[in-house]
Design a protein around this ligand. Structure first.
Ligand code: ZN
Length: 379
């Protein structure tokens, strides 16, 4: 039997226990004190086997960096293991969604996205140390505190460490209950379209008004037309707001529009379409702000090669892994866009990210952890 897999099989309960501690330490993005408590918990766990540093995260919690001390004297290059410490769940979620183990799964806020990935990585590193299996590269773990809210503060740090790395392993959740890895992610952005019209009394002075709501509604038909499913472009007006009272012709209305693209070369064209929106009622004015936030992670030859390596290593422990494309972004989008081979979705196998059924399969904890360890020993 594979020695790494065999060692980690004895650690299944310990992995679950660490994950319980992680889940029970709630860490919503908008609560820096809570995120810092979680960062401290991870630091304490990593401390016996890593040089630990933190970076100020501005209005968010601290970003964590662990330079992991793995066996093997001659290290050439660096591998970046990337994840995030924040979750989408507010403090107190545990009251209604407590950590629990049932039906072959671990449940709780953040268990899948992405505290499992962090716990797996720490046990993967521990396995290599216990078994004295050398890792050819220096290994750096980076956990960002603001991934769920756009990674504005951590992005420069992520890009700096990715540029210095030969590969990036992203510990985010995998796809589907089969645990597919992610070799491509769509790029993500948002636009805010604000229409300013002219207010008037809907009864007394109707004709003097120019309805911002009506104008926005017409514009939304155009905007929805920017979607091109064949090219992997989606445009979703997810929020609209406007007007003050039903008897007032609305002076202002606004839409928040989510965009997803598969290819970076589609970004400029889409942006141009948004900026090119012109009012149908000339008494209205349109203002467009926003743009692309995360570039797409395009399935490059480097990514495919890294995936093939993972596939081969997984076969050594009797697991067949497949690859997937997802519409959701991660910090892997930034590293892949720099041309650094990036393999994403190495974390938990489960479902329900950002949802009440968030959970991971207990039976897939050991093989996932072993795959991470084997990658660290190979890349
Ligand atoms: Zn995540």
């Amino acid at each position: 039997m594979d020695p790494i897999f065999s060692y980690l099989s004895t650690q299944e309960r310990a992995i679950a226990a660490l994950l319980r501690q992680f889940v029970e330490c709630e860490s919503p993005s908008d609560d820096p004190a809570a995120v810092n408590r979680f960062v401290e918990l991870v630091s304490d766990t990593a401390a016996p086997m890593a040089r630990v540093k933190t970076h100020a995260g501005g209005k968010f919690g601290k970003h964590l960096l662990c330079e992991v001390q793995l066996p093997g004297r001659k290290k050439t290059g660096q591998v970046l293991a990337l994840g995030h410490s924040d979750t989408v769940w507010p403090i107190g979620t545990l009251r209604t969604m407590p950590f629990r183990e049932a039906d072959g799964r671990l449940w709780g806020p953040g268990v899948f996205d992405m505290k499992a990935g962090i716990a797996f990585f720490l046990f993967a590193a521990r396995a290599l140390r216990e078994l004295a299996i050398p890792a050819p590269s220096k290994v750096l773990l980076q956990l960002n505190s603001d991934e769920e809210v756009g990674s504005e503060s951590s992005r420069p740090l992520t890009e700096r460490h990715a540029r210095a790395s030969r590969a990036v392993l992203v510990l985010e959740p995998s796809t589907g209950l089969e645990g597919k890895l992610k070799t491509a992610r769509k790029g993500v952005g948002d636009f805010t379209v604000t229409v300013r019209g002219k207010a008037s009394h809907a009864g007394v002075d109707f004709a003097a008004g120019a309805s911002a709501i009506l104008e926005l509604a017409r514009q939304l038909e155009r905007i929805a037309g920017f979607t091109n499913l064949k090219r992997g472009i989606t445009v979703n007006p997810g929020v609209i707001a406007g007007g003050t009272r039903s008897n007032v012709v609305a002076a202002e209305a606004r839409a928040e529009v989510d965009i997803r693209i598969l290819k970076l070369k589609d970004a400029a064209g889409l942006e141009k379409k948004f900026r090119g929106l012109r009012p149908i009622d000339r008494r209205c004015a349109i203002e467009v702000t926003g743009g692309l936030n995360r570039p797409p992670m395009e399935r490059s030859p480097g990514i495919v090669k890294l995936f093939r390596t993972a596939q081969k290593l997984a076969r050594e422990i009797g697991v067949e892994v497949e690859e997937s494309l997802t519409g959701g972004g991660s910090d892997g989008n930034f590293t892949a866009a720099l041309g650094v081979p990036t393999l994403d979705g190495l974390g938990g196998v489960g479902e329900g990210a950002h949802a009440a059924n968030e959970s991971i399969l207990t039976s897939r904890m050991v093989d996932r952890t072993a795959l991470i360890a084997k990658l660290l020993a190979a890349v």
